[in-house]
Design a protein around this ligand. Structure first.
Ligand code: SAH
Length: 206
């Protein structure tokens, strides 16, 4: 079974931390009352696509021979890079959940009493959770020697990120107006914005 190979054991440990982190925060926000919920057809299709490629595919690869037709080999240094990305991704994923607190939700929605979070990892990046998911997904590709279990999630999350992020920013702008557009001008989407913009050139950036 693939799960018994050393790099797959390392991945499995990270995978358990990833799933447990999400589970803990999902339980905490369960009682939230939604104020604006934007779950259209796109979210309904994309979310299961991302969940199956990020959770189901690795489990099928690790526990069964079903995906063995898509196996390949990678050098050790590539796996080692994967571990570094995985640790970074897990840290960002945990910190962004912790900083969002009750304002987190798995779908596009704002809750009753929603506040814009600008502290912690949100100080210079406005989508640090997505940065963490990107890092973890790329690490998955670098650690698992399988096209489907390794890279399927990079494909599905690319769609999710490209389609969802502008909608999320629109939802936040509709809700918070200039408080959110000002915040956009002070932060980068996935990477920290290093230079603070002056008021005249305060335009949102990528
Ligand atoms: N895109 C963010 C959050 C992902 S969770 C990130 O990558 O870190 C998705 C929910 O978080 C959205 O539905 C929205 O309600 C909420 N959200 C996003 N940015 C926020 C912010 N700066 N403050 C408070 N809530 C935010």
């Amino acid at each position: 079974m693939a799960i018994l190979q050393p790099w797959n054991i390392v991945f499995t440990i990270g995978f358990v931390v990833y799933v447990t982190t999400r589970g803990r925060f999902a339980a905490k926000t369960k009682g939230n009352e939604s104020m604006d919920r934007r779950v259209g057809l796109q979210e309904k299709i994309l979310l299961p696509f991302v969940i199956s490629t990020s959770l189901l595919f690795p489990m099928i690869y690790l526990l069964t021979p079903l995906f063995s037709f898509a196996n390949y080999e990678l050098p050790v240094w590539v796996h080692a890079c994967g571990v570094v990305l995985m640790v970074g991704g897990l840290w960002l994923f945990w910190r962004s959940h912790a900083d969002l607190g009750l304002n987190w939700s798995p779908t596009l929605e704002t809750r009753k009493g929603h506040e814009i979070v600008k502290h912690g990892v949100y100080r210079r990046i406005r989508h640090p959770m997505y940065s963490g998911i990107w890092l973890f997904s790329i690490a998955q590709g670098l650690l698992l020697n399988n096209w489907l279990a390794g890279w399927g999630v990079v494909l599905s999350f690319s769609f999710m990120y490209i389609l969802r992020t502008p909608q999320e920013e629109k939802m936040m702008t509709d809700q918070f107006g200039s408080a959110y557009t000002d915040y956009m001008s002070e932060t980068g989407r996935l990477f920290p914005r290093i230079r603070q913009s002056s008021p005249e050139q305060s335009k949102p950036t990528d």
